[in-house]
Design a protein around this ligand. Structure first.
Ligand code: MET
Ligand SMILES: [Zn+2]
Length: 714
C-alpha cells in the first residue's frame, strides 16, 4: 500500500496574509497576539486544504513567522545572549533592532529563499525548547489532523552554522525532542537534511552516521524520516541506510532512482517537483516509483513546496494553453495524491508525448572584444573621466507615487501616457540630483521597473508573468518569478527610450542599465523541456540586441547586472566548472557586441563573490561593481591584482544609516591598498531603490566628497 505526502507547503498565505500580518506587527499597528492568530488561521487553512485534497500524511511545523532555520535555532536554544533582552528576541535576530544588528542571512542552497544563519560559538549551550512543534501537533490534532512535525536535522543545521564540531552537544536536545514527540504520540518526525546532497567532507559523512545511529537508538521516539532534497544523496545514502532510521526522503526529480535496495525502509519518493511550476508526467513518475526498491513507498514532492506559488486557479490572465501545463502547490498536492492511487492500483500509464522541439539555439562564438588595455585606452579618450570615478548601481528611490501609478495603469485608472510622463519626471529628478552631487557616470534611476527581472520578462517573448504567483524570498518579502514557457525573443527595444531620454538631459555619460541572462533565468521559473544553458543563451541573444541598440542610440557606458551568477552554481563541485563556463560564455555573448570605446560594466552583490572570482574575471567587463561595505570588505582580500576596473562598494545601502565622508574615505583607502588607483571605481554596494531620496543624497554627497579627497592624493 502506498501513501502520499508533501515535504512542506507555502506559508506566506494565498493572498500574502502573513506578509501583511508581519508588517503591521512590526509597524506597531497590531499585537503579537494578532500575529499569532493570523498564523493559526493560515495553518488551519493549509491543513484543511491538504486533507481536503486527499493527501495521506500531513506535515506540521512547516509554518514559520520568518524562517525554518531560525526556528530550529530557537528549538535548540541557540539564541545569542545579546538578543534575549530585546522586546521580541525572535524578530530581533531576524531583522535587528535600533541598537542590534540582525543575524546574517544567506541563500538556502541554490534557491532564491534566504535563511538566517545561526550564530554558534564554543560557549553556545543547547537546550531544547520544543514549544513550537508541540503546539502545532496539538493544534492540528484539535482540528482532526494527525501530523508529522518537520525540523531541520542536526547535520544540516550545524553545517550551515559552520559548527559541525558541536554535533555531540546538539544530539541531546534532538533526543529530548524525539522523546517529547513520542509522549505526544506522534508517529513520524521529519528531519530535513538537504546538506547531504552536497559534496560531504569525511567529517560530515561521519556526522551523518553518528547522528542517525544515535537518534535511531533512542528508546522512545517516533519513526524518523531523514528528508534529503535538491539532488542525489551519493555516499550519504548507504551511510543513512545503515542506520536505524525508518524513512529516507529522495529527490527523484533532480536525483535518480538509487540502485541500492532500501530493505526495511520507507522511501518518501519525491517525484513531483517542488522547484518548478510544471505538471508532472504521470507515466514517467510511475516508472520512477516502480524502480524504487524499499519496503514501503510514500509518494512525495522533491522538496518543500515553499518554493512555488499557491494556486494556478488564482491566475486569470494566462493563456489557456499555458495554464494546462502549469502546476502550483495545490495542483502538485493533487498530483501526489493521484500518483499514489495509480501506484496502488498498478495502473499502466503511458508517457506524455515528447515536448515539441524548441528553436535551435545558436552556440556559434562571437568574435571576442579587443584586449582590455586597447579597450581601456579607447574608453579613456572617449569618456574623459577623472581618477576614482564615482557612479551608482542603477536604481534610485522608488517613490510611493510611482508604485501607485503603476498599479493605476494595471487597473485601467491611469493612462499609459500619463504614467510615462511621470517616469520622465522621475528621470529628470534623478539626473538633476546626480549632477548636483557631482557624480561622474550617471544613471536614469530605473523608475520604469517594478523589478529588475520582471520588467524584462514583460517585454520579452517566451515569458509569462503572474498576478498572484508570489513566492517567499525571506521574512515578509516575496517575489513573483516570471515563467519561461517558450523560446525567448526581443520583439522591440526595451530600455532604449528611457536611457536616451536620460542622456539627452546631461553632458555627463549615462549608463544604460540591463539585467544579465543568468540572473533573468535564475529569478524566473525555467522551462523543463530545454537545458538551462540553452535558455540562458536565448536570453543572452535578446540582451545583446538591447546592448547594440543602446550603443547605437549614443550610450557610451552599458551595465549588465549578474547578481545571481553564484546562485545557479551547482551544489556538487564536479558540475561547477561546466556551469561557470557556459554562464560566462552567455554573458560575453550578450556584451561582446560593442565597440572598444563603449564601456561595459557589470554588477554583483550578496553573492559570496570571492568564491567565483575567476568567473567574474571571465565576464571580461571593463568595470565590475561589487558589494563590499555590508560584508565587512571580505572581498578586498580576494581582489588584489584584479586587472580591470573594480568598484568594491563603499556604502551599505541595506541600512538607512548615512555613512560619513570619513568612513567612506577609510573604506576607499583600504581599497587603494590592494588595487592601483587607476582601476578603482567609487560606488555603493547595490541599487538605491529601497532608500529615500534624503538618505541617498546625504550618503552620495559623502561618497563624492571622499572620492575628491583621495583623488587629490593620487
Ligand atoms: C540586486 S542588484 C540590483 C541592480 C540594479 N541595477 C539596481 O540598481 O537596483
Ligand atoms: Zn546589487
Amino acid at each position: 500500500m502506498s501513501s502520499s505526502t508533501v515535504l512542506g507547503y507555502p506559508r506566506i498565505g494565498p493572498n500574502r496574509e502573513l506578509k501583511r500580518a508581519l508588517e503591521s506587527y512590526w509597524d506597531g499597528r497590531t499585537t503579537r497576539r494578532d500575529l499569532e492568530e493570523e498564523g493559526a488561521r493560515l495553518r488551519a487553512a493549509t491543513w484543511g486544504r491538504l486533507a481536503g485534497l486527499g493527501l495521506g500524511e500531513l506535515p506540521s511545523n512547516t509554518f514559520s513567522f520568518y524562517d525554518q532555520v531560525l526556528d530550529t535555532a530557537v528549538l535548540l536554544g541557540a539564541v545569542p545572549e545579546r538578543y534575549l533582552a530585546a522586546d521580541d528576541p525572535y524578530f530581533a535576530m531576524a531583522r535587528g533592532t535600533d541598537g542590534l544588528a540582525p543575524l546574517r542571512m544567506t541563500k538556502w542552497f541554490d534557491t532564491n529563499y534566504h535563511y538566517i544563519v545561526p550564530e554558534i560559538g564554543p560557549k553556545t549551550v543547547f537546550t531544547l525548547d520544543a514549544a513550537k512543534p508541540l503546539a502545532e501537533v496539538r493544534e492540528a490534532r484539535a482540528l482532526g489532523h494527525e501530523t508529522r512535525p518537520v525540523v531541520v536535522g542536526p547535520v544540516t543545521f550545524l553545517s550551515l552554522s559552520g559548527a559541525l564540531e558541536r554535533l555531540e552537544d546538539v544530539l541531546g536536545p534532538y533526543e529530548e525532542l524525539l522523546a517529547a514527540l513520542a509522549r505526544e504520540e506522534v508517529a513520524w518526525v521529519q528531519l530535513d537534511e538537504p546538506a547531504l546532497v552536497t559534496d560531504l567532507t569525511p567529517a560530515q559523512l561521519d556526522a551523518v552516521r553518528a547522528a542517525y545511529s544515535r537518534l535511531g537508538a533512542a528508546p522512545d521516539r517516533p519513526k524518523i524520516l531523514v528528508a534529503s532534497y535538491f539532488g542525489d544523496l551519493g555516499p550519504a545514502l548507504p551511510a543513512l541506510a545503515a542506520t536505524p532510521v525508518e524513512g529516507i526522503g529522495l529527490d527523484l526529480v533532480r536525483g535518480s532512482v538509487p540502485e541500492l535496495a532500501l530493505d526495511g525502509k520507507t522511501v518518501f519518493a519525491g517525484v513531483v517537483s517542488g522547484r518548478d511550476v510544471w505538471r508532472t508526467d504521470p507515466g514517467r513518475a510511475l516508472e520512477k516509483l516502480r524502480g524504487v526498491r524499499a519496503d514501503r513507498i510514500v509518494v512525495s514532492t522533491s522538496c518543500s513546496l515553499q518554493h512555488v506559488p499557491y494556486d494556478v486557479a488564482a491566475e486569470d490572465g494566462l493563456e489557456p494553453a499555458l495554464v494546462a501545463r502549469l502546476a502550483f502547490a495545490e495542483q502538485k498536492v493533487a498530483e501526489v495524491v493521484e500518483l499514489a492511487r495509480l501506484l496502488a492500483d498498478g495502473a499502466a500509464v503511458p508517457f506524455d508525448e515528447a515536448p515539441v522541439a524548441a528553436a535551435s539555439v545558436s552556440q556559434e562564438a562571437r568574435p571576442a572584444r579587443s584586449p582590455y588595455p586597447v579597450r581601456a585606452a579607447a574608453q579613456a579618450g572617449h569618456l574623459n573621466l577623472p581618477p576614482l570615478p564615482t557612479t551608482t548601481i542603477g536604481s534610485f528611490p522608488q517613490t510611493g507615487e510611482l508604485r501607485a501609478a503603476r498599479a493605476g495603469v494595471v487597473a485601467g485608472a491611469l493612462a499609459e501616457d500619463d504614467y510615462e510622463k511621470l517616469v520622465e519626471r522621475e528621470i529628470e529628478h534623478a539626473i538633476q540630483v546626480q549632477e548636483d552631487l557631482g557624480l561622474d557616470v550617471l544613471v536614469h534611476g530605473e523608475p520604469e521597473r517594478n523589478d529588475m527581472v520582471q520588467y524584462f520578462a514583460e517585454h520579452l517573448d517566451g515569458f509569462a508573468v503572474t498576478k498572484n504567483g508570489w513566492v517567499q524570498s525571506y521574512g515578509s518579502r516575496c517575489t513573483r518569478p516570471p515563467i519561461i514557457h517558450g523560446d525567448v525573443r526581443r520583439p522591440a527595444p526595451i530600455t532604449v527610450r528611457w536611457s536616451t531620454y536620460a542622456q539627452s538631459l546631461t553632458d555627463r555619460p549615462v549608463k544604460g542599465m540591463l539585467t544579465g541572462p543568468v540572473t533573468i533565468v535564475a529569478w524566473s521559473f525555467d522551462r523543463d523541456d530545454l537545458p538551462q544553458r540553452d535558455v540562458v543563451f536565448q536570453v543572452a541573444d535578446a540582451i545583446a540586441e538591447e546592448v547594440r541598440d543602446l550603443e547605437a542610440a549614443g550610450l557610451s557606458v552599458i551595465q549588465v547586472d549578474e547578481p545571481a551568477l553564484r546562485e545557479l552554481l551547482p551544489l556538487r563541485a564536479a558540475e561547477q566548472p561546466a556551469y561557470l563556463e557556459w554562464a560566462v560564455a552567455a554573458y560575453r555573448r550578450a556584451t561582446s557586441v560593442v565597440a572598444d570605446r563603449t564601456q561595459i560594466h557589470t554588477h554583483l552583490c550578496y553573492s559570496d563573490a570571492d568564491q567565483i572570482l575567476a568567473a567574474i574575471d571571465g565576464l571580461d567587463a571593463d568595470v565590475t561593481t561589487i558589494e563590499s561595505a555590508r560584508s565587512g570588505r571580505r572581498i578586498l582580500d580576494a581582489v588584489s591584482g584584479y586587472s580591470r576596473g573594480l568598484g568594491p562598494g563603499v556604502y551599505d545601502i541595506h541600512s538607512p544609516r548615512v555613512p560619513s565622508a570619513d568612513e567612506v574615505e577609510e573604506r576607499l583607502a583600504a581599497t587603494l591598498k590592494v588595487l592601483p588607483g587607476d582601476r578603482v571605481w567609487v560606488n555603493p554596494d547595490c541599487g538605491l531603490k529601497t532608500r529615500t531620496y534624503a538618505q541617498v543624497e546625504a550618503s552620495l554627497g559623502n561618497v563624492v566628497e571622499a572620492a575628491r579627497r583621495l583623488r587629490a592624493t593620487l
